[in-house]
Design a protein around this ligand. Sequence first.
Ligand code: 2AM
Ligand code: CA
Length: 263
Amino acid sequence: MDLHEMDRYIKSIIKEAGHKIRNSFLTDISIESKSDANDLVTNIDKEIEQFFISRINRDYPDHRIFGEEGFGDEIKDTNGVIWMLDPIDGTMNFIHQKRNFAISLGIYADGVGKLGYIYDVVNDDLYSGIQGGGAYYNDERLRPLQDTEIGESILAMNATWAVPNRHFDHNGTLKLIQDVRGIRSYGSAAIELAYLASGRIDAYISMRLSPWDIAGGMVIAKEAGAVATNFKGEPANLLEQDTFLAANPSIHAKILDRYILPK
Ligand code: 2AM
Ligand code: CA
C-alpha cells in the first residue's frame, strides 16, 4: 500500500465530496430520525456515503468500507484494509447550523490506523495524518502536543454527560468540569479530535461513540502525540460503540484514574 499515493487520491475525493455538501445548502434537505428522535440523518449523509463507496469500489476493489449509513460492507472483524467513513459527523449541526460538521475518514490495515482525514467542509479546513508521517492542518505540519496539567486544560464534552445518565456516574464528570480551566462542546467528535490534534483543546470525552466517529481522528491525534482509549484504558473500539477518551498524553491517565468512576 503506497500511503502517499492514497493520500493524494483521498484528499481529492474528500474535496469533491465537500463541494457536493456545500452545493446541497442550495437545495431542500430531507431529514429522518434513526435510533431516536434526535439521532438524525439526511439524504445528503446518504448521498455522500454512496459517492465515496462508488469511488472506493472502482479504484480499490479489494478494500472494505465501514460507513455509518450502512451502504458499505458488513464489518465484523478488522482484517485487511477497511475505510471507516462518517460522511457527515455532526449531522445535527449540519441541519441546524450549516457549520461545525465534518467528513471523517480513517483507513485501517489489519486494525492499524494508516491514514486519517477530518474535513471541516464549511471552513475548507482539512486535517490529515499518515502513520509515522505526522499530522497536518491543511499543508501545515502540526507540532507535537506539549505537556499540560488538568487545571490548565480545556476539555470538550457534551453537557449530556454531566447529568445523571445510564452509561456513567456523572459525579466524576462534575468534578472534572470543576477542575479543568474550561469546557467546550462542538457537537462533532471528528472536529473535537481535530482540535485536540492541533492543541486547541486538551481532552475530549464521550460515553458513546461509534468507530466511524473516531477512526480518522485517532490517526491524526496519535500522530500529534495524543492518546485515545475507552474508559477501561483499552484501545478504542473499531467494531462497536464504546466509551471514549482522547487526550494530551500528560493528562490522559490522570483523567481516567481520578475522574472516570465506573457505575
Ligand atoms: P453523528 O453526527 O455522525 O451522529 C455529537 O456529540 C457526536 O456524537 C457526533 O460526532 C455524533 O455523530 C455522535 N453521536 C451522536 N449520536 C450518537 C449515537 N447514538 N451513537 C454514536 N455516536 C453518536
Ligand atoms: Ca454521521
